[in-house]
Design a protein around this ligand. Structure first.
Ligand code: FAD
Length: 387
């Protein structure tokens, strides 16, 4: 077991630290939260630096690097804001990975190079107004019609909605019931019959585009099928790498909050001394660091195990679950260290708490993850559906 970073990984982290200072990511993070504007200008910069698609296949312009490298980059950038880390997340552990693993040559050639340059981005579209945790109840549907499919339905809470160029949409093929009827197709922005609902107003993650997608008789060429019905398992396996990315966002947000709390505890005076001299404050900082480090080991284990492929379901589910809970604890304690100023928008920790809260719902709730983990521990499935 080797817990050290390679020279290349250390260089990646150092480059991101330098960039964050040069571009003043601390101020950018606060501006994004205040204006709610997605930082589009980062896409090209990240593309030029090779941060986009660093885990995708080299034949299509990707970097061919292992998943852990992307996880380290996401963590480093999310210390400032998950919105700043967003494009690195989407292009490395998001749905474009499904296209890289299971797409046709034509799909890979037409999408991956654009993603790596920051010209394209792909959103994952599973959730529907009536099917979230219960994904296999989804009703967005395609029907065969000559050389294409006709798509109808609605998706909800889609990250990148209205901003992405491509949408990997989970659909039911015809009337095939249950998970056996579910596959995935690519829908391109601008296809006739494809429109967007209003942008979501979330508690946090301001600046992250998100909305409903509406499909009304959209004609989809048959070549746009990425995963056909019957291969639902593949689709869900790929989602495990996204879970590591979700957990890395939590590591970053918590790491950012810990840094803020550490600095504040050394500056803020009470009873004539810096508050870091009070043991109660020291212990809070220690608990934050301890919790963060434990989560980091779980996330790194899952991501390292993935290599250039996919992580173990067990390791990625445990890592996400633990990191999702950890980030709430750490940001909450950071707020405590800041006293009344922690609750004020003048300081970043209240934003970090709001941003940290999102990840435990996105990508599968705490309850659904625990159901997955329980079934792996007991070695059997527990059917949740009412007979
Ligand atoms: C910030 C954010 C970003 C998101 N991005 C995307 C995206 O890009 N693409 C996408 O497709 N979706 C996205 N989502 C949607 C997300 O995946 C769903 O919200 C999530 O899966 C939960 O589904 P739901 O909201 O329908 O809740 P429900 O499924 O209605 O669940 C409600 C509650 O019931 C619990 N519950 C349900 N079933 C069980 C059970 N069997 N046992 C115990 N408890 C249960 C849940 O855990 C939850 O607490 C995003 C959500 C958020 C908040």
């Amino acid at each position: 077991m080797d817990f050290s970073l390679s020279q290349e990984q250390q260089m990646l982290i150092d480059t991101l630290k330098t960039m964050a200072k040069r571009e003043n990511f601390k101020e950018l993070a606060s501006n994004i939260d205040a204006t709610g504007e997605f930082p589009r200008h980062l896409m090209k910069k990240y593309g030029d630096m090779g941060l986009l698609g660093m885990t995708l296949s080299t034949e299509y312009g990707g970097g061919g690097r292992p998943a852990i490298d992307a996880i380290l980059a996401i963590e480093e950038l999310a210390k400032f804001s998950p919105i700043i880390a967003g494009p690195v997340f989407e292009s490395n552990v998001g749905p474009v990975k499904v296209i890289d693993l299971f797409g046709t040559e034509e799909q890979k050639n037409s999408i991956i190079p654009g993603v790596c340059k920051g010209e394209y981005s792909v959103s994952v579209c599973m959730t529907e107004p009536g099917a979230g945790s219960d994904l296999t109840a989804l009703s967005t549907n395609v029907r065969e019609d000559g050389d294409h499919y006709i798509l109808n339905g609605r998706k909800a809470f889609i990250t990148g909605g209205g901003e992405a160029s491509h949408y990997l949409v989970y659909v039911r093929f015809g009337d095939i019931p249950g998970y056996k009827g579910i596959g995935a197709i690519i829908v391109e922005e601008g296809m006739p019959g494809f429109s967007f609902g209003k942008q979501e107003e979330y508690m946090g993650l301001r600046g992250m585009p998100s909305c409903d997608l509406i499909f009304e008789d959209v004609h989809i060429p048959k070549e746009n099928v990425v995963v056909k019905p019957g291969d639902f398992k593949n689709l869900m396996l790929t989602f495990d790498i996204e879970r590591c990315g979700n957990a890395a966002m939590c590591l970053g947000v918590a790491g950012g909050a810990l840094e803020e709390a550490k600095a504040y505890a050394q500056e803020r005076q009470a009873f004539g001394r810096p508050i870091c001299e009070f043991q109660a404050i020291q212990f809070m900082i220690v608990d934050m660091a301890m919790n963060l480090d434990a989560a980091r080991l779980l996330v790194y284990r899952a991501a390292t195990g993935a290599g250039q492929g996919l992580p173990s379901i067990y390791e990625s589910a445990i890592a996400k679950c633990f990191a999702n809970e950890m980030v709430m604890d750490v940001t909450n304690r950071a707020m405590e260290v800041f006293g009344g100023y922690g609750y004020s928008k003048e300081f970043p920790v209240e934003r970090m708490l709001r941003d940290g809260r999102a990840w435990r719902t996105a990508g599968g709730t705490m309850q659904m993850l625990r159901i997955t983990i329980a079934s792996l521990i007991f070695g059997r499935r527990f059917n949740q559906r009412k007979d």
